[in-house]
Design a protein around this ligand. Structure first.
Ligand SMILES: Nc1nc2c(c(=O)[nH]1)N[C@H]1C(S)=C(S)[C@@H](COP(=O)(O)OP(=O)(O)OC[C@H]3O[C@@H](n4cnc5c(=O)[nH]c(N)nc54)[C@H](O)[C@@H]3O)O[C@H]1N2
Ligand SMILES: Nc1nc2c(c(=O)[nH]1)N[C@H]1C(S)=C(S)[C@@H](COP(=O)(O)OP(=O)(O)OC[C@H]3O[C@@H](n4cnc5c(=O)[nH]c(N)nc54)[C@H](O)[C@@H]3O)O[C@H]1N2
Ligand SMILES: [Mo]
Length: 642
């Protein structure tokens, strides 16, 4: 038996982008560990990726292209050359008949590998084709911070150790960003206070000194309420009007309600609000803003309110401060070959289902879905499924038979992250990683890149695209290379993005039009007034058990679990199976009582399979947030039936 160990990096959709050590025995990956040398990974990885070898070696891996010859028929295995010929013929035919926009390509978080952009570029050159706009993951936060600060970035990951207080705004670090846990513990041991604001009670309370459970969407009222307390008691930066636009207007907004009214709008007590203001004023205060709170109707506004509080209290441009919501994971790489602006038509990602169905002039005739499972993960699962099924030709590229693959005409099996060379940047820190092939794929299975190489030969784009992965990696790395950082990346497996400063806006100059912070000037009434009669809000969140819909098949049997406060359960006992319904439909769930939750939320795990009746997104209507075209995932009102 030969046992070898290989360094690589994780490309699963996660802020941590870990350095990995893969142990391979006789050509099979038997173990994944965290790279002990990686500054963020520090030798440990999450449970879901520790279990990745099960997925990697699963007998459910797709190994042959599958073709459905008739819309309602079953799939037949076909050979690769025939599958690729058919895919290319259809691409060419639809483009000739109806133009490039009659084809849509859709990709989401299946892999954060930077090489995947080369596939996007193939479609840009071949078409251009119809693409998505916005982003169901972080669209609202991005739009908000671009508007306020002119950039979507963060202070260095480790700068939180210079904070006296850390505010976790709706962040379940224990599930979605686990490498922060040891950092938070270390900061706490050094006397830093940790405040968690989240309508859902979860494990991250265990590392917090103070936990506040406001109403869903209560963050803007809290931010302005804190600002109102500090306006009275001191705590605003006297220089704020020097680097913030609309300073007077923002003060008026803050003063438009009393602290008591702001507290009531957030459904917390005045004492709690005062306590938050006291914690806040013990600065520097670092805000680590989670991704959940912006997936609401007024998600961008909530982020803007937090940004404004951070700005006027002098927490920008200093060590230990910041409004950290995202790290620019692509900024280290060279994408100068591509020009996404040529895309002639985009469909907002949250509106994918109805958007694809309704697109006209030309209609979308062909769909290419890869590194995504939109049926399970986008709003209105059934409309998304119908949108895929009703195209003239839908191709899904995935290593597994997903809800979306089941709606395809042609399924192309592809490799996992352990079977290809790539690069990765993180959205939770500033290290980039080298992704290395650690094992051979199952016989015949092609990487996405190899599929595009094959297509390019058939569509007349071979000169540009039929080249080795290594050629593209070099091209993507040219900026890093110019900084002399490639060698460390390739030998150690990671390097800090050489283009990002430790502290953002250190000179208090902002890349906005005026060079100043753009403070928010008004709030919609829904955020400033207490809500009445809200009903239960369906909240399907990340779970430590899976990466989005990438569950083991056996976990998807029976009704999905729905956690609610016993007072919200009516006569239904813990363990009862009940129907829940929204304007979009009905599904069966098994109730679990949890008295720590608010009575106005119903909590589920995200990524349940639609084919098994477990997709919360079957009940979520397709809607966009106030800005940035993020999906409104957590504002769906559901009723318990019977
Ligand atoms: N194990 C695991 N890890 C993952 C993923 C996974 O599927 N499984 N998914 C990955 C993905 S795709 C992403 S984008 C990232 C981030 O994944 P997310 O799951 O978005 O991570 P969080 O930032 O923790 O945001 C969720 C938190 O926001 C809170 N929240 C919801 N609404 C509100 C609100 O109105 N106000 C406040 N204050 N809080 C609110 C929720 O209660 C929850 O605690 O994590 C990645 N990590
Ligand atoms: N209700 C609800 N819905 C949500 C969310 C929520 O919090 N609540 N979160 C949203 C968020 S933040 C996100 S980012 C999205 C995630 O949505 P998706 O990215 O669509 O989610 P996944 O289920 O991970 O689907 C990725 C697919 O890519 C496949 N894959 C993996 N590697 C590769 C590869 O190299 N090539 C190809 N071709 N395929 C590959 C996987 O097998 C998997 O089937 O979901 C969103 N949906
Ligand atoms: Mo995401």
């Amino acid at each position: 038996m030969t046992t070898t160990q290989h360094k690589t990096a994780c490309t699963r959709d996660c802020p941590d982008a870990c350095g990995l050590i893969a142990t391979v025995e006789n050509g099979t990956v038997v173990r994944l560990d965290g790279d002990p040398d990686h500054p963020v990974t520090q030798g440990f990885i999450c449970g879901r990726t520790r279990r990745f070898p099960e997925r990697q070696n699963s007998s459910e891996r797709l190994t042959k292209p599958l073709l459905r010859r008739q819309k309602s028929g079953s799939f037949d295995a076909i050979e690769w050359p025939a599958a690729l010929d058919l895919a290319a013929e259809n691409l060419i035919r639809f483009k000739q008949e109806s133009g490039g926009t009659s084809i849509m390509q859709y990709r989401c978080g299946g892999s954060l590998g930077i090489m995947k952009h080369v596939g996007d570029y193939f479609f840009e050159r071949f078409g251009p084709v119809t693409e998505k706009s916005g982003d169901v993951c972080t669209g609202a936060a991005e739009a908000a911070q671009l508007e306020d600060f002119g950039t979507f970035e963060s202070n260095d990951y480790f700068d939180l150790h210079n904070a006296k207080t850390i505010f976790l705004w709706g962040k379940n670090v224990s599930v979605s960003n686990i490498h922060l846990i040891p950092e938070l513990k270390k900061a706490r041991a050094n006397g830093t206070r940790i405040v968690l604001i989240d309508p859902i009670h979860h494990q991250t309370t265990a590392v917090s000194d103070c936990y506040i459970q406001p109403r869903p969407g209560g963050d803007a009222a809290i931010a302005l309420g804190i600002a109102a307390c500090l306006l009275k008691e001191g705590g605003w930066d006297p220089d704020a009007s020097g680097y913030c636009d609309h300073h007077d207007r923002f003060q008026q907004l803050v003063r438009s309600h009393t602290p008591e009214e702001w507290a009531r709008a957030a459904d917390i007590s005045l004492d709690q609000l005062r306590m938050l203001a006291a914690e806040w004023s013990n600065g520097p205060t670092c805000s680590l803003i989670g991704w959940g709170l912006q997936r609401r109707k007024f998600g961008a506004t909530s982020i803007r309110a937090i940004d404004a509080l951070v700005a006027v209290t002098g927490n920008l441009g200093i060590t230990g401060g910041g409004a950290s919501s995202y790290f620019g994971r692509r900024t280290a790489f060279d994408f100068s070959f591509s020009n996404p602006a040529v895309c002639p038509r985009r469909i907002p990602e949250p509106l994918f289902g109805p958007g694809v169905m309704q697109a006209a002039d030309p209609p979308i005739r062909m769909m290419w879905v890869w590194a995504a499972n939109p049926v399970a993960m986008l709003p209105e699962s059934e409309t998304v499924a119908e949108a895929l099924r009703s195209r003239e030709f839908t191709v899904v590229v995935d290593p597994f038979m997903t809800d979306s693959a089941q709606c395809a005409d042609l399924i192309l099996p592809t490799t996992t992250m352990l079977e290809e060379d790539d690069l990765v940047g993180a959205y939770g820190h500033h290290y980039v990683g080298a992704v290395n092939k650690v094992v051979e794929p199952p016989k015949g299975v092609l990487t996405d890149h190899e599929i595009f190489r094959e297509l390019s030969r058939r569509t007349g784009h071979a000169e540009e695209f039929d080249v080795e992965t290594e050629v593209w990696r070099k091209r993507l790395l040219s900026r890093i290379d110019a900084e002399g950082a490639t060698e460390q990346l390739m030998t150690e497996g990671f390097v800090r993005n050489p283009f990002t400063p430790e502290i953002l806006f250190a000179d208090r100059v902002f890349p906005t039009e005026t060079g100043r912070v753009n403070l928010i000037q008004e709030l919609p009434e829904e955020l400033t007034t207490p809500e009445t009669d809200r009903g239960l809000r369906l909240t399907a969140l990340s779970t430590s058990k899976s990466q989005a819909s990438q569950w083991p098949t056996e976990s998807q049997e029976g009704p999905a679990e729905a956690v609610i406060h016993p007072d919200a359960a009516g006569d239904h006992a813990d363990g009862d199976v009940v129907s829940i319904s929204s304007t979009e439909g009905t599904m069966q769930v098994r109730l679990k009582h949890d008295a720590r939750q608010r009575p106005d939320v119903l909590l589920m795990e995200k990524g349940g399979w639609h084919s098994k009746g477990r997709s919360a997104n079957a009940l979520v209507p397709a809607e966009v947030t106030d800005n940035g075209e993020c999906a409104v995932y957590y504002d769906t009102v559901v009723r318990l039936e019977g």
